[in-house]
Design a protein around this ligand. Structure first.
Ligand code: AKG
Ligand code: FE2
Length: 318
């Protein structure tokens, strides 16, 4: 038998409501989500409520237009190595821009005015509508995780401590004959990333057996993946998804990422730490971690998260 193409599990979120997080449909979706997170650290969510015209505006005009701007203009958004503009680093011309606090119209407008001094209403409306939609999905997944771990009483304060950014990515300089890795294997440092690839595929997720699953885009599907901050929060129960991007043609993607707000420390609730589940990580500041992760010490560490904040656990296999 030929090797069967592995596929990422798909969970249907249509009809689920963040304000009514219960009932048989919700519970069924939650079981599927938690099983997928355990195995892959990610899954596909069918969540088609974003209007087609928003999607069209995003991928047909907003994203291509922003990357067509002069480099100096795009580079006005540099803050640190993970936030802001990233580019000019590989021969495949990967570049990306991050819009901080994207569900908020005022923040997006501030961002837009750096690029277009007279403002850009279409840009602002499209980005905020998209970000609010993806944030809803993000918060449903957070809710499922908190329910599943029996730590729901901490959910509201946790959600209030989050901030959301949208990252736009451009894989240019193509087409080329052979598909090539243009964003190398990595894990995301944040809590959850909601990825939207439009038509052109490229995202690949690594399984525990070191096989790569190619994620096929579809019009109403978002890929949901957990990052290292979620690993810390869940005391190591859920590993961040290892992924990369391989392409042979021009590709755009749009991501929403959740981060703790500046100054918030992440640590697992005491309810999920006990003799059988000893504390795996010291309280974690993602911004400090980002500085470490891209420092020579962080880059050379086998596991930069553990090197940064791992607690010494006697019973651990490593
Ligand atoms: O473009 C994608 O599909 C994913 C990009 C990614 O993994 C990242 O920016 O961290
Ligand atoms: Fe990533």
């Amino acid at each position: 038998m030929g090797s069967q193409q592995l596929q990422l599990p798909t969970v249907n979120f249509n009809g689920l409501d963040l304000n009514q997080p219960f009932g048989s449909k919700w519970d069924e979706a939650r079981s599927e989500v938690m099983a997928a997170l355990e195995t892959y650290g990610c899954f596909n969510a069918i969540y088609g409520l974003v209007r087609p015209e928003v999607n069209e505006a995003l991928f047909q005009s907003i994203v291509p237009e922003i990357f067509a701007l002069p480099l100096e203009t795009k580079q006005m958004h540099k803050s640190n190595v993970y936030l802001g503009y990233i580019g000019q680093i590989t021969d495949v011309e990967y570049e990306s821009l991050r819009i901080q606090d994207a569900p908020n119209l005022e923040s997006v407008d501030n961002f837009a005015r750096l690029l277009w001094p007279e403002g850009n209403q279409k840009f602002c409306n499209t980005i905020t509508t998209y970000a609010q939609h993806a944030r809803n999905l993000e918060q449903m997944v957070e809710t499922m995780i908190f329910q599943f771990l029996g730590i729901e009483k901490y959910l509201n304060s946790h959600l209030e401590s989050l901030t959301y950014g949208v990252r736009l990515a451009n894989y240019g300089g193509l087409p080329i004959e052979e598909t090539k890795v243009s964003l190398p294997r990595h894990v995301d440092p944040n809590l959850i990333t909601i990825i939207r690839q439009n038509r052109v595929e490229g995202l690949e997720v690594c399984t525990k057996d070191e096989e790569w699953i190619r994620v096929v885009p579809s019009p109403d599907t978002f890929t949901v993946m957990i990052g290292e901050t979620m690993t810390v929060l869940t005391n190591g129960r859920y590993n961040a998804s290892i992924h990369r991007v391989s392409v042979n043609q021009n590709r755009y993607s749009v991501m929403l990422g959740s981060f703790p707000k500046e100054g918030y420390l992440i640590q697992p609730p005491e309810d999920i730490v006990d003799e059988n589940h000893p504390l795996q990580f010291h309280p974690f500041d993602v911004n400090e971690y980002l500085k470490f992760r891209y420092s020579p010490e962080g880059l050379s560490a086998e596991n930069s998260l553990k090197a940064f904040c791992g607690a010494t656990v006697q019973t651990n296999k490593d």
